[in-house]
Design a protein around this ligand. Structure first.
Ligand code: TXA
Ligand code: MG
Length: 340
């Protein structure tokens, strides 16, 4: 049996399967079956109040899951699907409450990855799929990351190589007016607005009704974190912080933004060059690309790699504050919050 046939047969029998998308690896189950979706929450240790994104093979399938497929949804889906954009819309009764954490809205996207699309077409039902990692740990951008986090808890990972975007999809709510970005991602607001819609950025602490609850539970500050303490420092302060931690006798990792980066766009930690791993007198240095698309692709691999060494602290240079870096800055802020 081919790996794809094996995967779709597991999904049809109500099990979960990890699969590659263009953003990160997802842990999928039949979105229309409550018992299957419950297995995702169990494998990840994910709290039931955090809703899942549903993956579809095309626009028509998405339309069939919503009660109000708006002209904005149509325009955005035509422009960006398959691609890293999740649209939050009113759900219809086909979707069990477990997927949406009991809410009336659902996040849907069509992934831009041949393996994900082949899997969706083979099983003929939509797949609910969060990132394929234990809850609150760093998202997986390779199959090896999935195995490191979920081995023994899931039956199969389809390996489609490193993910090309590297950070999770942009989540855009179309149930508010104007539309709101609930999670910044690979597609920035300015690019979405080219479709003729107005897009607002969300203050995660305050929802549109003025209540102090997050609109999107994934917007809770603690998320995506490595187990090693991560400190974010301005570019001009980072080297000094590294030196003073070394003087205190700490084992230090250092993620720099550097024009000197020697690895190319297709790099993962297998070939990522780390100077001085686990050496007490110098930091373990990872040079990150200056270009945001390449940086995003390598972000989780760099964090997984540094987290795998026996380090006490990772110092990361803050990337530039321009909107094109918003998705990366969001992930780094979350990674740094847990133990800060
Ligand atoms: O790129 C991605 O989006 C990846 C791949 C696998 O597709 N998936 C992913 O799923 O990142 P997850 O579960 O790790 O993140 C889903 C995000 C969370 O922030 C969640 O709160 C938000 O989407 N979300 C899901 N349904 C929502 C809804 N109905 N309203 C608001 N936010 C929602
Ligand atoms: Mg996640």
């Amino acid at each position: 049996m081919s790996a794809l046939a094996h995967a779709s047969s597991l999904l049809r029998s109500g099990d979960v399967v990890a699969f590659p998308t263009e953003t990160v690896y997802g842990l999928g189950a039949n979105a229309l079956d409550e018992a299957s979706v419950a297995k995702i929450f169990a494998a990840k240790g994910r709290p039931a109040h955090n809703p899942l994104i549903i993956h579809v093979s095309d626009i028509e399938e998405a339309r069939g899951l919503t009660s109000d497929w708006t002209p904005e949804a149509e325009a955005l889906a035509l422009a960006f699907w398959p691609g890293p954009l999740s649209l939050v819309l009113k759900k219809n009764s086909k979707i069990p409450g477990i997927v949406t954490a009991g809410g009336e809205t659902v996040a849907i996207r069509c992934p831009d990855h041949p393996v994900a699309l082949a899997l969706l077409r083979a099983c003929k039902f939509p797949l609910a799929a969060p990132s394929a990692n234990r809850s609150n740990y760093i998202s997986p951008s390779t199959a090896a990351h999935v195995i490191a986090s979920l081995d023994g808890r899931i039956p199969l990972v389809l390996d489609g190589g490193p993910c090309k975007a590297g950070i999770e999809s942009t989540v855009l709510s179309l149930v508010t007016s104007p539309a709101q970005i609930l999670r910044p991602g690979p597609i920035p607001a300015a690019i979405l607005e080219r479709c003729g819609i107005q897009v607002a950025l969300t203050n995660p602490a305050v929802d549109h009704l003025g209540k102090n609850i997050p609109q999107s539970p994934g917007q809770m500050p603690v998320h995506y974190a490595p187990t090693t303490l991560l400190l974010l420092r301005h570019k001009h302060e980072a080297a000094e912080t590294v030196s003073s931690l070394l003087l205190q006798g700490k084992k230090v990792g250092y993620m720099r933004v550097s024009a000197e980066t020697t690895f190319g766009f297709d790099c993962t930690e297998a070939i990522m060059k780390v100077e001085n791993p686990e050496n007490n007198s110098s930091p373990a240095v990872v040079d990150m690309p200056e270009e945001p698309t390449a940086y995003a692709k390598q972000l989780y691999a760099a964090l997984h790699l540094l987290d795998s060494y026996n380090l006490e602290v990772i110092v990361c240079e803050q990337p530039p504050s321009s909107p094109i870096w918003a998705g990366i800055t969001d992930r780094l802020n979350r990674a740094a919050t847990t133990t800060n």
